[in-house]
Design a protein around this ligand. Structure first.
Ligand code: GMT
Length: 378
């Protein structure tokens, strides 16, 4: 199939997921056209003959205080659909991609071309931004106009049905991980560099937005550090980073914390990690936790949103109420205090992550694509 994928090209989970999906589909012989304003981050590491990238350029004009990105995106979708003979558009993150796809589909109809579009809901497009009344009518309308809707967890499906008047079925197709790429590898030299005295390593990966509760990560670490020598790796970047760095200074924990910024070889960092921390206010799924688990890293997380679907309490890690940093610190200690327990959690994490292997999930998307294209051709 010729498939157009629209996503945010940044380090956010929805962009990462959409890019990995496109790469996997290309490996299976589909021709993938990414339509974004910038080359997606996870696309920069490889060349694939079945992958094309179409940049959405948004010309500025003195009249525009806000350049009309959505119009530029719709026009690019129209152009790519006609010139690349697309069968389907798959848009990730509802705002503004679903309404832009709706507009493209309407324009193409006037030219005698029928292109279906699938909207995949990822999280904050529903739970934070989409619910805002500034966007809600457009989000509801464009979801209902989608030829199919998918959500990345049961929790996100339930949230969508609770807050929006959705008149069609939402299929849950979960996040996935490439077990062949995200696997534990020997990085002892790297570990020695960061934890020269055999300290345990805790890691957090996110885009440092408020919803991630980055302060909680620092507080959990402070509590654990009181009890055992350890190091914290903070991976990613975003609006809360400066504040988090200041908090480390205020708490006097800076010597043991490294802010490493955006990293592409996450699997290497996860390979030296003992426990992954994700105390978010909400996660529709928690892709970062899944990638950690695939690298045999147990997860201590909050129970916000769909995290309980991926992190099994007492098996792959532990969950605590949002904001309960004392409980989360205790759970970290429970996992790392003896090697046998740590080993058991590591093995469980990998076994659970395998259920979400890319090879199990991609066929679900392919099946949906076939169904949607067939129906739209009837
Ligand atoms: O929160 C992020 O890291 C970015 C955000 C996005 O939409 O770009 O991620 C969401 O989508 C991911 C992939 O489906 C999910 O694994 C994350 O849980 C979800 N984030 C939230 O719900 C806060």
């Amino acid at each position: 199939m010729n498939i157009g994928i629209v996503c945010y090209p940044t380090f956010g989970g929805s962009g990462v997921l959409a890019t990995e999906l496109g790469k996997a589909l290309a490996d299976k012989g589909h021709v993938i056209h990414f339509i974004t304003y910038q080359q997606p981050v996870r696309l920069s590491d490889s060349f694939h003959p079945n992958i094309f990238y179409h940049e959405v350029s948004v010309p500025t004009y003195p009249l525009f205080d806000f350049p009309p990105y959505e119009s530029a995106l719709s026009s690019t979708m129209v152009d790519v659909t006609i010139n690349q003979n697309l069968d389907l558009l798959h848009v990730h993150y509802a705002i503004p991609h679903a309404s832009a796809a709706y507009m493209a589909r309407q324009i193409l109809r006037t030219k005698g071309i029928e292109i279906p579009f699938i909207t995949t809901l990822h999280g904050t497009d529903i739970t934070l931004v989409g619910r805002d009344k500034t966007y809600e009518p457009v989000v509801t309308f464009s979801m209902n106009e989608s030829n199919a809707i998918t959500a990345v967890s049961q929790n996100l499906k339930a949230e969508t049905l609770a807050y929006f008047n959705v008149t069609q079925d939402i299929e849950v197709i979960t996040n996935f991980v490439d077990i062949k790429r995200f696997q534990l590898s020997n990085k002892d030299h790297f570990k020695k560099m960061l934890a020269p005295n055999g300290e345990k390593i805790l890691t957090h990966v996110s885009n440092f937005r408020k919803v991630k509760r980055v302060d909680d990560v620092i507080h959990i670490f402070k509590n654990v550090r009181k009890l055992t020598p350890c190091k914290l790796l903070m991976i990613g970047d975003g609006p809360e980073r400066q504040h988090a760095e200041q908090l480390c200074r205020d708490l006097g924990t800076c010597d043991d914390i490294r802010f490493l910024g955006k990293q592409e070889k996450l699997e290497e960092i996860l390979s030296i990690t003992d426990v992954f921390l994700l105390p978010s206010e909400y996660e529709s799924f928690g892709l970062a936790a899944l990638e950690a688990m695939a690298c045999q890293v147990p997860v201590v997380s909050s129970n916000g949103g769909g995290l309980a679907e991926i992190n099994e309490h007492g098996i792959t890690g532990y969950l605590a109420n949002v904001g309960d940093v004392d409980a989360m610190a205790k759970y970290v200690m429970d996992i790392i205090s003896d090697e046998e327990t740590l080993y058991k959690f590591k093995a469980n994490a990998l076994a659970h992550a395998k259920k979400y292997d890319i090879d199990n999930i991609i066929p679900l998307y392919e099946k949906l694509y076939e169904k949607v294209v067939k129906k739209s051709n009837e």
